[in-house]
Design a protein around this ligand. Structure first.
Ligand SMILES: [Zn+2]
Length: 247
């Protein structure tokens, strides 16, 4: 039986429901940060309301306090974070690593939203994710007495960041520095789950990206020269591998 089978009436459903609630709150909390960081590379952060130009608070705002304009699409972040956390908490709930995977899910939604809007993955989110995720996994290793998994996570982070670095050097323009840094974060989480999960997650990112590119080409929404952001596929592939892994 796959570990991700939804077992009605068991703790999994309660954890998934908790994921919905926490996800809605986390999505709302992220809205101001995603809005501020959704700018073209090299541009200063957005700090003013798009409609009336009033400065927006740095955190915890979902709309302009003067004119009421929404910061970003209403509910999009909240609902996507709720879905991702429901799945992750339903899968990892009750295990020592649940906080680490919940963190990866929330970070992933925020980064995917920014990458789709602006084709970049800001260092401001990817770099602090390393110490945070390593600390959470180290805590899980202590609680679960699983130091082999922690060692594998660190090697997995190095391996995936290294693989993306090589790919970026071979095919310049396809993958950016943000993708390499995000790959290291995904590699930490996937490596914790095991080498098969790491390989599956990495491969699924490219499969998803190819499928969506082909669909967009067929719909003539894209030409062969268009660059599409890779972050959402890297995150999506990692999430699918996490949800279906057996660790
Ligand atoms: Zn306003």
């Amino acid at each position: 039986m796959p570990a991700f089978a939804p077992t009605l009436g068991s703790m999994n459903v309660i954890w998934a429901a908790a994921g919905v609630v926490i996800g809605l709150a986390a999505g709302a909390a992220l809205r101001a940060t995603v809005f501020r960081l959704s700018v073209a590379p090299g541009e200063p952060e957005r700090q003013a309301c798009p409609r009336c130009d009033r400065p927006i608070p740095r955190r915890l705002a979902v709309r302009c306090s003067r004119c009421g304009a929404s910061l970003g699409a209403p509910l999009a972040l909240e609902l996507s974070t709720a879905v991702v956390l429901a799945l992750l908490l339903g899968r990892f709930g009750g295990q020592p690593d649940v906080v680490a995977f919940g963190f990866f899910g929330v970070l992933g939604v925020a980064l995917a939203a920014i990458d789709i809007a602006t084709q970049r993955l800001p260092d401001l989110l990817t770099l602090p994710a390393y110490p945070i995720l390593i600390t959470l996994l180290a805590g899980a290793a202590l609680v679960g007495h699983d130091f082999a998994a922690l060692e594998r996570a660190l090697l997995g982070g190095l391996a995936l960041a290294g693989a993306y670095l090589v790919l970026a050097l071979i095919r310049p323009g396809q993958l950016g520095g943000g993708d390499i840094k995000l790959a290291g974060v995904a590699g930490l989480a996937l490596g914790w789950l095991g080498w098969p999960a790491l390989i599956a997650g990495a491969a699924l990112g490219f499969v998803l990206s190819a499928l969506v590119s082909l669909a967009l080409l067929a719909a003539r929404r894209l030409t062969l020269r268009s660059a599409i952001s890779f972050g959402p596929f890297l995150i999506g592939g990692a999430l699918v591998a996490m949800l279906t892994s057996m660790h």
